[in-house]
Write a protein of this length. Structure first.
Length: 277
């Protein structure tokens, strides 16, 4: 698989920033077995990292009425995750809804530069981020003590970071200026606009892989089946890049991301257990 994996990595890291891999045999294997297959492919692309303080490195995205987005059916605006790459494999889809969305960080940047260039300065300066109870090891505060840039250009490579609810939560303690607030709101408006956001359904047996540095993603709300065993189920991987693939990053983004140690716990690379639900 090595040549195929390198073509996939090149597309995600250096070209479009996102790819959909079809043909996963979800009807022939159990969710546990599909988890092992997904994990094995992910290991070729990067190092699976912990997604929360619970230590989960192969996460289930399923509506269980939880408070976290991956355990609920709440809609998610365009955002990035706390890792270099994110992979999502669909095992089952919802009764209705649950569409995915993607948007190019470069296109968002260019649209803001064209329409409201005065917002670029606060976006490059960045915002404080609330950890939402998932603070990295060694962090002593609920809020980062450093601003994280929404846009950053290092060695000619533009990277993005945005999880607006985490930024807004931090703003309750570290107040924003009017310009910062306007820039944040306008970024989200542009990112979610029909002009730039591409919406699609990730069908069972399809997996998306995308760069959190160049692509934002979203999810629409959905209506699910009452039976847990029929509910929408995706498997999620967060991956830290192998050393040779690593991207030059702003120090604040490097500190925030799994890329430089946040939640990294490969534990010798052994496969995790996956629940059948």
């Amino acid at each position: 698989m090595h040549d195929d994996i390198r073509r996939i990595a090149d597309e995600v890291l250096h070209k479009r920033g996102v790819i959909v891999i079809r043909g996963w045999p979800v009807e022939a294997y159990t969710p546990e077995e599909m988890g092992l297959l997904f994990w094995s492919v992910g290991k070729q692309l990067g190092v699976p990292v912990e997604q929360s303080h619970h230590g989960d490195r192969l996460n289930q995205v399923i509506d269980l009425g939880g408070r976290r987005a991956y355990n609920s059916n709440i809609p998610l605006d365009m955002h990035s995750d706390f890792s270099a790459l994110v992979g999502l494999l669909t095992i089952r889809k919802a009764k209705l809804g649950g569409h995915s969305g993607i948007a190019s960080a470069l296109a968002i940047h260019d649209k803001i530069a064209e329409t409201h260039p005065e917002y670029l300065a606060p976006l490059y300066t960045g915002y404080y981020v609330h950890w939402q109870g998932e603070e990295a090891k060694g962090e002593r505060s609920l809020i980062t003590d450093y601003p994280v840039p929404v846009f950053s250009d290092v060695e000619g490579q533009l990277s993005v970071f945005m999880v607006k609810p985490f930024v807004e939560q931090a703003a309750r303690n570290k107040e924003m200026t009017q310009l910062q607030r306007e820039a944040l709101d306008y970024f989200q408006q542009v990112a979610d606009s029909d002009e730039l956001a591409y919406k699609f359904m990730l069908e069972p047996g399809e997996a998306s892989l995308m760069s959190n540095y160049t692509v934002l993603h979203s999810r629409s709300t959905f209506e699910d089946w009452p039976e847990v065993e029929r509910r929408r189920l995706l498997l999620r991987l967060w991956l830290r890049l192998h050393h040779g693939d690593r991207r030059p990053l702003h120090p604040s983004l490097q500190r925030l991301h799994t890329h430089d140690g946040f939640y990294v716990s490969a534990r010798n690379g052994e496969a995790p257990q996956v629940s059948a639900t």
